[in-house]
Design a protein around this ligand. Structure first.
Ligand SMILES: Nc1ncnc2c1ncn2[C@@H]1O[C@H](COP(=O)(O)OP(=O)(O)OP(=O)(O)O)[C@@H](O)[C@H]1O
Length: 527
């Protein structure tokens, strides 16, 4: 018997012993069932010889992985090089999204051809990015190749979270109007390889996706995909929860969205995409969808006068709302220029909001009662965010103290201070940390917030004087009373009077995962 075989047998004996020991230990803790499942997963389903590169390999397939080890001929001395003994490669099936039979075809030949073996398409991680990788397994036997192909196909279809049919919305007007191109170039080919079917709507106006979502037959689909910026994402998240609420006939209480949402970033900031992917990369986003990585995410409801206005992830009142209102009036400008212009202009006219701020801490009192804390004062900005809101401009997030599914939101209240101190606070978002280490900033982990403006000045009067060219109208306009601009997920919403924000735990599922930091890029140049 060769040293290789002895070694392999010894390894098997060892692992057998280890498994027995493990089983004994688990029996003691009552976890025998789990152990049996684990063992079943490791049962070898297929074993065969394929060429990987130029060398023949011993290839093993289990329910969870594929391993290949080079078959090394014995040397005259009977010794093997150490690196050859331990050179075993592993591919986890959870990372494989497609398998194809490779054939040699003559030029122009559409079907048939000589079987060459298999190609396994998988995704590998490079920090937060997911990239395509291919493993070629060569074997000229058609029968052998098809046995492996069928088994691999069967195992891949067993991943129940992977979608097969998706409703896709593309906003052609997002950011640089590249959404259609991004989808065609980077996403559609991956979906096709994974045998994923799609039903595509290219949106024609604001609210188009919402109206389609209200009407369409949802049970046909396994998920929804949005190709666009934060505004489009906000519209679809709102639509998914609203649709679930309508279907469940629950006028008061929000209902969990039935289908998961995938986000292909094509906007200028892409806060939600960065928060669940860690990068602004359409390919990474597409892989999370194809591989069925599901992440439950908290959402907020925003209501005014007792009526639901919107569902969303984040809201800014004060500076954040006013600067967005300014930016929206300059829609004809490029989005980066528009944002810089609005920030600088709003900073130049910086003024606090006089308001009553109440919040419900996330941790309930020992009696489990709701105990609101209320403050009156002047605030330059108030943010409520149920997700960390990562972006290349704020890699640690606008709200690093919250996470995607902790059932609470971060309340960041910035009190009145000098312009220079406020700018210092803003600049720290794009650098390292410490954005909250100012005496005028308070943060709380909350489950609900109420904001009641006490001044009578809304947005229109102050901001209109040299901006009469406004063509844009906010998505919600108040009647009569002065309306205040709110920035809800990057969309302008005008609301008068008190606004109530409630956090709803895990209201929506997004394709992605929890990430702690986003890949950073150059920060905004206006400071
Ligand atoms: N064909 C269309 N023309 C104009 N607006 C549209 C169209 N389709 C969708 N919209 C609306 O455009 C708004 C903004 O979309 P989106 O967020 O995708 O782009 P953006 O504002 O350029 O990106 P970002 O928010 O990252 O700056 C959304 O409210 C969406 O409903």
């Amino acid at each position: 018997m060769s040293e290789l075989n002895e070694e392999a047998q010894a390894e098997q004996r060892d692992s057998g012993k280890k498994k027995k020991k493990k089983r004994k230990k688990r029996r003691e803790t009552g976890k025998e069932e789990e152990e049996e499942e684990e063992e079943e997963d490791e049962t070898v389903l297929l074993r065969g010889i394929f060429k990987v590169g130029k060398k023949s390999h011993d290839v093993l397939l289990t329910r969870t992985k594929l391993t290949w080890t080079p078959i090394v001929p014995e040397t005259p001395t009977g010794h093997l090089k150490l690196q050859e003994l331990y050179f075993k490669c592993v591919l986890l099936l959870r990372d494989v999204f497609a398998v194809k039979v490779k054939r040699r075809r003559a030029a122009g030949q559409q079907s048939g051809g000589t079987v060459l073996g298999l190609a396994l398409f998988s995704c590998r991680r490079r920090e937060k990015r997911l990239e395509e990788d291919t493993l070629h397994l060569h074997n000229a036997s058609s029968e052998h190749t098809h046995i492996w192909y069928n088994s691999l196909k069967e195992l891949l279809t067993g991943f129940s979270s992977r979608p097969r049919y998706l409703k896709v919305f593309i906003n052609p007007s997002s950011h640089k109007k590249e959404a259609v191109h991004i989808y065609r170039e980077h996403v559609a080919p991956l979906f096709k390889m994974a045998d994923l079917r799609t039903d595509i709507t290219v949106t024609e106006r604001k609210g188009h996706a919402l109206s389609v979502m209200k009407e369409c037959k949802l049970d046909e689909y396994d998920g929804v995909v949005c190709v666009g910026g934060d505004g489009s994402v906000a519209e679809l998240c709102h639509a998914l929860v609203l649709r679930a609420q309508l279907d469940a006939n629950s006028p008061e209480e929000p209902v969990k969205a039935v289908l998961p949402l995938g986000i292909i970033p094509a906007g200028s900031t892409d806060v939600v995409s960065c928060s669940v992917h860690g990068v602004r990369d359409p390919v990474t986003a597409a892989f999370h969808i194809v591989l069925g990585h599901l992440q439950q995410v908290d959402m907020c409801s925003f209501s005014s006068y007792g009526h639901l206005v919107h569902y969303g992830f984040s809201a800014m009142f004060g500076f954040g709302g006013r600067s967005l209102a300014r930016a929206e009036k300059k829609r004809w400008m490029l989005s980066s220029r528009r944002r810089e212009y609005a920030l600088v202009k709003t900073l130049a006219r910086l003024r606090p909001e006089d308001c009553q701020l109440s919040f419900l801490p996330a941790k309930k009192t020992t009696e489990g009662e709701e105990s609101w804390t209320t403050n009156h004062g002047l605030y330059l900005n108030i943010s409520v965010m149920s997700i960390p809101c990562l972006s290349p401009h704020a890699p640690r997030g606008l709200a690093p103290n919250t996470s995607l599914a902790n059932g609470s939101a971060s309340l960041i209240a910035v009190g009145n201070t000098s312009r220079s101190e406020f700018v210092k606070h803003l600049k720290r978002y794009s650098s390292s940390s410490g954005q909250f280490n100012f005496p005028f900033v308070e943060t709380h982990s909350v489950s609900a917030v109420k904001i009641r403006p006490r001044s009578l000045t809304g947005c229109s009067e102050e901001e209109s004087e040299e901006e009469g060219d406004a063509k844009h109208t906010p998505i919600i306009q108040s009647e009569g009373a002065a309306a205040f601009p709110w920035n809800i997920d990057g969309e302008l919403v005008e609301m008068a009077s008190e606004v109530l924000i409630r956090v709803h735990s895990r209201l929506i599922t997004l394709y992605g995962e929890e990430v702690d930091e986003a890949e950073s890029a150059a920060s905004c140049s206006c400071f």
